[in-house]
Design a protein around this ligand. Structure first.
Ligand SMILES: Nc1ncnc2c1ncn2[C@@H]1O[C@H](COP(=O)(O)OP(=O)(O)O)[C@@H](O)[C@H]1O
Ligand SMILES: [Mg+2]
Length: 279
């Protein structure tokens, strides 16, 4: 039974992601070839939340950069919302919040929307009233309404990361890509933000690819968890997490997460030869 059969469909569902037999190699300074991604395949359904968990250096960021269109893959096919990477609007949230220090929280969130007006887009840019409405809704969803007029230096790291998330979602991206977004935060803030993210993504319904090396976090968020191994980077197992969204503290602290997280931990710590790639 899949999660989507048991959860109500999410509103405003966006596009899916298709990665087929993708390989990526880099030349090392010694002139050798490093295979970072080896025949990786991944399908993310519209509105689905997928986590990718794996050790440092297994190619998680490389895969995300390919989805963004910032990195070329050597072979295989990649589609984001049925288009080649880089063609459709994607939202990014990285470890570092990278907000504009001279813009208030509200104007940081509206940044992408302001750009659509400045640069002009193939479609009609949203009206001023629509932009205001969207920003207000996201500030509400991320519990930032009362901090709208603050500057980034006046709010905590956790709040900065919520601004970052709201900003990424303001342009209504087809796909939201997150690369270890909470790893620079303290444990308590991280757990709170994990729950906030559940509420926000369940509310907006954006297709999400979430990268982390925190196994519990991967399970807590996702409809499916893809487990990666390194050298070369590949998926070794996929877990389906059958639990309704938005998920809260009870699930976060549940034995189910603890047990599954132990299982995945063991999988990631077996000697390399014992972990074959999933076909
Ligand atoms: N531009 C690059 N040139 C050469 N090697 C790279 C480059 N980018 C990443 N790598 C190598 O690719 C591997 C995977 O990196 P990365 O995707 O950042 O892993 P992860 O995000 O899982 O920690 C690492 O060994 C890294 O050194
Ligand atoms: Mg990385």
């Amino acid at each position: 039974m899949t999660t989507r059969e048991t959860s109500p469909p999410r509103p405003g569902t966006s596009g899916g992601v298709s990665v087929r037999d993708v390989s990526k190699r880099y030349a090392t300074p010694k002139g050798e070839t490093l295979t970072v991604l080896d025949n990786v395949s991944l399908d993310v359904q519209p509105g689905e939340f997928v986590s990718i968990v794996g050790p440092s250096g297994c190619g998680k960021t490389t895969l995300l950069r390919i989805l963004q269109g910032l990195e070329q893959h050597d072979s295989g096919d990649v589609l984001v919302d049925s288009q080649p990477p880089g063609k459709v609007a994607t939202g990014f949230v990285f470890q570092k919040a990278s907000l504009f220090p001279w813009r208030t929280v509200e104007r940081n969130v509206s940044f992408g929307l302001d750009l659509t007006v400045l640069k002009g887009t193939p479609n009609q840019p949203p009206s001023k009233a629509e932009r205001k409405r969207r920003v207000a809704q996201l500030l509400e969803l991320t519990n930032l309404t009362e901090f709208a007029d603050y500057y980034p230096s006046q709010i905590s790291g956790g709040m900065q990361q919520r601004v970052n998330l709201a900003r990424a979602l303001a342009i209504q991206p087809s796909v939201l890509l997150m690369d270890e977004p909470f790893s620079a935060l303290d444990a308590q803030t991280r757990e709170k933000l994990q729950r906030d993210l559940q509420k926000v993504v369940a509310g907006v319904g954006t297709t999400t690819v979430f990268i982390t090396h925190d196994i519990r976090e991967a399970i807590f968020q996702a409809d499916r968890v893809f487990v990666m191994a390194a050298n070369p980077g590949r998926f070794i197992k996929i877990y389906e997490i059958d639990e309704k969204h938005p998920r809260g503290a009870e699930f976060q602290q549940s034995d189910r997460i603890a047990e599954l997280s132990r299982e995945i931990w063991k999988l990631l710590h077996v000697p390399k030869v014992e972990a074959p790639a999933v076909p």
